[in-house]
Ligand binder design. Structure first.
Ligand code: PLP
Length: 419
């Protein structure tokens, strides 16, 4: 193309004087690439701005060189992004930690912590009833990377004490186990590990920092699948690890930057947007779950109900202490009609959705034995407290009477078809 034939266009909206000069007489091909950045002199965005770009521009070579050595500089989004840092600061503050590292998913966060802290010859003590993906990672670490794993019930401090070894690098727990809703005695178990100088990591996905803050109970690391309650609207995948101690954060962050499983800024932005309503959502989800749990307990199709709010729950008293604001939105039920009743029930719901995730504003139902815990064989499944007819419900924020009309009808059907 001939330069002479092109009109020149000025760019009055360029932010910096240098850009304004460079584009003052530029051609359309150049202007199309150098989009103007508008300064907003007298106001600022109400929410956290989305910095979707992966790379940042510097005016000075010295400043760019300096940025490589500073942990909180923004030069390349795998190493740090302002929207992602806002998410990390926000979750760290809610959990009462020194700092946080976010990841592309909950599994990213769990892997990030485990791989940063464990090596060949390390030993880890973990609770037996774990999220299936976490169990799979630990199995892989044991089979291929020479990490030894001891499983404990998650309720007995003496069992943890007996499992600890000189090479134990981590105690790994979940606040509320999936799908049994067993509550870990965090203060007692963490105290035993702490005495031995072993840090504890707690997966707090099911409780959220609104119901439980494990760092206040002695934990060193808290991990979340932000995909669930933190984001809350089934539109984003994300994970966050929060650290009590800045030094531990620095170690894991360094590894995360190398590993590259970091959060996309848009995902961070969606998570931050969702988190603004977390207190309202989790309060309603917990209240709805407690009400439904009580109604399930009285239905003839149901052999057992698990929710920490029920007096029949094995950890009811512990939950009253550790989760005083509510037992969370997850309820699990064992259907008297076994596997077939579970199948009929999850297919009969109409308002609730048959879906594997949890923590959404909508109510979701699923059958763990054939989905999230399919990696577990029958013995491991039974050890994890999951029966063939166990159905997990992640209760949403709908009106509880509408939910009961749907779920009660599905239970009636499951009873009629399997009686
Ligand atoms: N931790 C718990 C307790 C979970 O339930 C899940 C997913 O269901 C994860 C971690 C993994 O999270 P993600 O799916 O975001 O990788």
């Amino acid at each position: 193309m001939s330069d002479k034939s092109e009109p020149t266009v000025t760019n009055p909206a360029a932010t910096t004087p240098a850009t304004a000069t460079a584009t003052a007489t530029a051609r359309p091909e150049t202007l199309a690439v150098h989009t103007p950045h508008l300064d907003i002199p007298d106001s600022r965005p109400l929410g956290v701005p989305l910095h979707q770009n992966h790379v940042f521009v510097f005016d000075s070579a010295d400043k760019l060189a300096e940025a490589f050595g500073k942990p909180d500089s923004f030069l390349y989004s795998r190493m740090g992004n302002p929207t992602v840092r806002a998410l990390e600061a926000s979750v760290a503050r809610l959990e009462g930690g020194a700092d946080a590292q976010s990841y592309a998913s909950g599994m990213g966060a769990i892997n990030g912590v485990l791989l940063a802290l464990l090596g060949t010859g390390s030993h880890i003590v973990a609770q037996r009833c774990l999220y299936g993906g976490t169990y799979a990672v630990l199995t892989d670490l044991a089979e291929r990377w020479g990490v030894e794993v001891s499983y404990v019930s998650g309720t007995d401090p003496e069992e943890v004490r007996a499992a600890l070894r000189p090479e134990t690098r981590l105690l790994y727990l979940e606040t509320i186990a999936n799908p049994t809703t067993r509550v870990s005695d965090l203060p007692a178990l963490i105290a035993v590990a702490r005495e031995a100088g072993v840090p504890t990591c707690v997966d707090n996905t099911f409780a959220s920092p609104l119901l439980c803050r494990p760092i206040e109970l002695g934990a060193d690391i808290v991990v979340h699948s932000a995909t669930k309650y933190l984001a809350g609207h089934a539109d984003v995948l994300g994970g966050v690890a929060v650290f009590k101690d800045a030094e531990l954060h620095r170690r894991v962050r360094h590894h995360a930057v190398e590993q590259g499983a970091v959060t996309d800024p848009f995902a961070a932005w969606l998570t931050l947007r969702g988190m603004q309503t977390l207190p309202l959502r989790i309060e309603r989800q917990s209240a709805n779950a407690a009400e439904l749990a009580a109604r399930f307990a009285a239905h003839p199709a149901v052999a057992a109900v698990r929710h920490p709010s029920l007096a029949s729950h094995p950890d009811h008293e512990l939950a009253a202490r550790l989760l005083p604001r509510g037992g969370g939105g997850v309820v699990s039920i064992d259907l008297a009609g076994g596997r077939e009743a579970g199948r009929v029930f999850v297919e009969a719901v109409r308002l609730a959705s048959l879906s594997v995730s949890l923590g959404d504003v909508k109510t979701l139902v699923m059958h763990p034995g054939s989905t999230s815990h399919r990696q577990l064989d029958e013995t491991a499944l039974a050890a994890a407290g999951i029966a063939p007819g166990t159905v997990r419900l992640s209760v949403g924020i709908e009106h509880v009477e509408d939910l009961w009309a749907d779920l009660g009808r599905a239970l009636d059907l499951a009873l009629a078809k399997t009686a």
